[in-house]
Structures are given as C-alpha cells and as structure tokens.
Design a protein around this ligand. Structure first.
Ligand SMILES: [Cu+2]
Ligand SMILES: [Zn+2]
Length: 245
C-alpha cells in the first residue's frame, strides 16, 4: 500500500512531462523534477534492478541496441533490410538519442521515404507481424506516439541518421526496453491521411524489417557515432571549400 502511494502520483507526473514534450534541462532542478527522479529511480530499481545498477556504474548513461532483420513475410524482390538502431540516454534528465544504421534499400533516384516506429511488443514469433501496433502508453493519436520517428530517406541503399531530443525514454515506467522497432515499406503520412489508420499508424504499409530493443554496452554507439561525426565533418569541409570566397 505504501509503495502504491508513491507509484500512482509518480505515473501521473511522468505522463504530464512526456506528453507535453517539455524540455527538461539538467540544471535548475525543480521540486517536481526531483520527485520525478525519485519515482523513476524507484521504478527502475523495482522493474529493472540490474539495468539500474549498470547505468549508475557507467557514468549514468544507458545504451540500448536493436539488431534489425528483414521480415520473413516479404514477397520476393522486396528489400532485405538489416542493420542497427542504437539508443543512448543520460540518467535521469537526458533526452533519448538514437542512431539509425540500416542497409539493403534499393538504390536509384526518387525513392520514397520509409517510416520507422517503436511498436508495442517485443514479440517477433510471427516475424514483424506479431510486434503489435505503435507503442502508445498515453492513448494519443499518431504521430504523437513516443516512438514515431518520422520518415527516413536512403542514400546508396543505406539509412545512416543520428537523431537527438527524442520523446521516447529508456527509463522509468515508460521504458522502450523490450519493445520493438519496425521499418516500413512506405512513407509515414504523419496523421494527415484523413482516415482512421492515419491516426493509428500513418498508413506506412507493410513491415519490411524489425528488431527487439535490448540493453548493451557503449561499444557500438561509440563506433557508429564517431563514424557519423567524421562524415559530417568531411561534408562540412567540402561545403566550405566549394562555397565562393
Ligand atoms: Cu510502424
Ligand atoms: Zn505512431
């Protein structure tokens, strides 16, 4: 009973913070944030005791990985997408960051975007089809689900993208740990399709590839992040050299 008294108001506080998209800064910790931190700590230590210990031991930073594999339900000739989706988040106020590192898309011009979302279940027993609908803990419409990552565009068959300030979280009662990431065949209409499905899943079509989000150490993140930053640096240098003096 004593525990419930802590957990219920905690749930309400967490929900308010996530659904408003409020940007929580690491400095100037308000009493409300302090309560939220304590509730998250309590939840984490209860639900994921080992992960919680690991996070505290690694400078307060959690890492997660999702190893993407093609759906086994695809028709012949469909792209076989493989790769990784990596996550990093600093405990307790950091926003989730992510790296999408995917290969196997068609090459060529005028390719459509591909939707990527977090789905409810980490169940791939029937390939990507058993992953359920969008992870929707606050019962809101698409594209306001915490794992609505939007559209991604491949280049030379690859999607290599770093995203920061994501709404989803690795911590607390709404952790995405153990849920799935799904890559779709089509573009996400971002809720503008004027039909029911648009507000549920963005009419993104069939599931091309998927994976379950699990814990990991920092190694893959460090490797991919430095590759992306190196590329970005080269691109900026090239741009500066090509621009008129
Ligand atoms: Cu989806
Ligand atoms: Zn959604």
């Amino acid at each position: 009973m004593f525990l419930l008294l802590f957990l219920i108001p905690g749930l309400i506080l967490c929900e308010c913070n996530v659904s408003t998209g409020e940007d929580v800064q690491p400095t100037a910790v308000s009493p409300l944030q302090d309560i939220q931190k304590k509730v998250n700590e309590l939840w984490s230590s209860l639900l994921y005791p080992h992960l919680y210990e690991e996070v505290l031991a690694s400078n307060g930073t959690a890492y997660a990985v999702c190893t993407v594999k093609p759906s086994t339900k695809l028709d012949a000739g469909m792209p076989q997408v493989t790769g990784q989706v990596l996550f990093r988040q600093t405990y307790p106020y950091g926003k989730l960051e992510s790296i999408f590192y995917l290969d196997g898309f068609p090459t060529g011009a005028n390719l459509s975007g591909r939707a990527i979302h977090i789905h409810q279940y980490g169940d791939l027993s029937d390939s990507c089809d058993s992953a359920g609908g969008h992870y929707n803990p606050f019962k809101v419409n698409h594209p306001s689900h915490p794992g609505d990552f939007g559209n991604f565009y491949s280049k030379e068959g690859k999607i290599i993208k770093y995203k920061a300030n994501l709404v989803a979280t690795l911590f607390g009662p709404y952790t995405i740990m153990g849920r799935s990431v799904v890559v779709h065949v089509q573009e996400d209409d971002l809720g503008k399709g004027n039909n029911k499905a648009s507000l549920e899943n963005g009419n993104a079509g069939k599931r091309l590839a998927c994976c379950v989000i699990g814990t990991c150490n920092k190694n893959q993140w460090v490797k991919r992040f430095s590759e992306i930053m190196e590329k970005r640096k080269k691109r900026l240098t090239r741009r500066a050299q090509n621009s008129p003096a």
